[in-house]
Design a protein around this ligand. Structure first.
Ligand code: PLP
Length: 483
């Protein structure tokens, strides 16, 4: 398997998996994708069903990843998957349990990992892959990131305690939920440095960009990132689409041809992009439902063909904060496929995409294929919708969901009621309610339960540095920690 950049007009695919594992963007500013998607048939799916049922989730991950990775020996890759997905880290042997709510509705639980958010599904694998590859190259890495909550803690829990990796994580001081702060700052590891910046999330991101734009500094200190455009993260996520499909169709007649749909709470289009890859591989997925909150850049695109990037001031702070985006960083991958993999056109459409810009495909015949050929549907929800959905789902099914999952449930109900799909929908649960207690209290009038694994957080000591909004200070902390 070779990889190409979405902005490369030559279609030249020369990179192998490990070449693109640690880097983020391609040199031309595009995102990496495999030169073609491996195809699976009913026999492969039946084989994967046996593997999942008899050997478990890590073995399924190995089977799927093998199709995309040919520069890590198979036994090593198996070990990587086994270390990433343990029952100990994910609170359950199944890793991704699927709950049957009724004939039309399932929940796929992606949030049983160490930080109670779906990002652990990808980040835990990334941690193992990084350690493996850095050891092989006898190298090291300093991860610099900015977070508004879930990404930072997920990265820290995946990378802590690894000999060759440092983590420098910036977060806006006092702006994460109490659970998120307690969790991130609880990590006691001299190679993990939390910096709480006097400012908002965008300030943190600007500091990261500023530091990373100093190329000499970046190279000298081997700075890297773990952002959501990383191909390995996406690939890890393909596995749970397969697992959810297998579990939702288990025991049905002609299971290998049964379709299901997915409803996915969407921000940067990473989660649902993995669904797109799975569908393109031939996993029997009918529809991929993109569910946004008030920040509805993507819902607008799928309804109208207009992709209009929002400015920072247009981006709302909502009660599903991990979906508060102004542009969707993985969306370019889907548009690349939608437009027949025309790298020159993608470079044109996305190359100049600054704040407030975008593009209009409403008159392009390819736009219709988003639905007809690629199965995309979409919808949006508001704070009031989330509150009502959390309460209604708890009442009807006895299941308490977090506000992001509520976005996806709300849109799934709309799609089912409108008869837009004929298959059952698997709603992907992306966080546990405990992370967003305030919204849960508003919806159901009581605090969410704290799972046993997180009980220690209440009195955990905090390891965090308060710093002003100043990139030079961040650089100084990096230098002092690394030397
Ligand atoms: C990151 C995140 C999302 C959005 O995922 P994308 O891959 O950015 O679309 C949704 N819900 C939760 C809880 C998240 O942490």
């Amino acid at each position: 398997m070779r990889y190409l950049s979405t902005r490369d007009a030559s279609g030249d695919a020369s990179q192998q998996f490990c070449d693109i594992l640690i880097g983020g963007l391609a040199p031309d500013g595009g995102l990496y994708l495999p030169q073609s998607y491996p195809q699976v048939d009913a026999a492969t799916l039946a084989d994967w069903r046996r593997i999942l049922n008899e050997e478990g989730y890590p073995a399924l991950a190995h089977a799927v990843l093998t199709l995309f990775i040919d520069d890590i020996p198979s036994d090593d890759l198996r070990g990587i998957c086994e270390r990433a997905y343990t029952a100990e880290k994910f609170m359950t042997e199944e890793i991704v349990p699927v709950t049957h709510l009724d004939d039309r509705l399932f929940i796929g639980h992606l949030s049983n990992g160490p930080t109670a958010a779906f990002k652990d599904m990808a980040m835990q694998l990334l941690g193992e892959l990084f350690e493996y590859e850095l050891t092989r190259r006898d190298s090291s890495l300093a991860i610099l990131g900015a977070t508004s909550g879930d990404t930072g803690s997920s990265a820290i829990f995946a990378m802590k305690g690894r000999e060759r990796i440092h983590v420098f994580m910036l977060s806006p001081s006092g702006r994460m939920t109490p659970f998120q702060q307690a969790q991130m700052f609880s990590v006691d590891d001299p190679k993990v440095v939390n910096m709480a910046v006097q400012g908002v999330f965008d300030d943190c991101q600007d500091i990261v960009k500023h530091v990373a734009s100093d190329l000499d500094f970046k190279e000298l200190h081997r700075l890297g990132a773990v952002n959501s455009i990383n191909w390995a993260r996406l690939l890890a996520q393909v596995v749970y689409y397969v697992a959810c499909w297998l579990r939702a169709t288990e025991g049905q007649p002609d299971a290998e041809t049964q379709k299901v749909s997915f409803s996915v709470p969407t921000g940067n289009f990473g989660d649902v992009c993995a669904g797109h890859v799975a569908r393109c591989m031939g996993v029997p997925i009918e529809a991929l439902v993109v569910a946004t909150n008030e920040n509805d850049v993507l819902d607008e695109f799928f309804r109208t063909g207009v992709y209009r990037v929002r400015t920072n001031s247009e981006t709302q702070e909502t009660s599903s904060p991990s979906m508060d985006i102004s542009k969707a960083s993985n969306f370019e991958r889907f548009v690349f496929d939608l437009l027949g993999r025309d790298g020159a056109r993608i470079a044109e459409l996305f190359g100049g995409l600054g704040t407030g810009e975008g593009f209009d495909l409403s008159d392009d015949p390819a736009f219709g294929k988003a639905r007809s050929e690629y199965g995309f549907l979409s919808g949006a929800s508001t704070h009031a919708d989330r509150i009502a959905t959390i309460a209604a789902v708890e009442k009807k099914y006895g299941v308490l969901v977090d506000p992001h999952t509520a976005d996806a449930l709300k849109v799934a109900f709309d799609v089912l009621d409108a008869g837009e799909v004929s298959s059952p929908i698997v709603v992907l649960e992306t966080a546990l309610p405990v992370k967003f207690a305030q919204t849960i209290v508003e919806a159901v009038g009581r605090e969410p339960e704290v799972p046993e694994a997180f009980a220690y957080l209440a009195d955990a000591e905090r390891h965090v540095m308060q710093i002003p909004n100043d990139a030079e200070i961040v650089k100084k902390v990096i230098v002092e920690t690394l030397t």
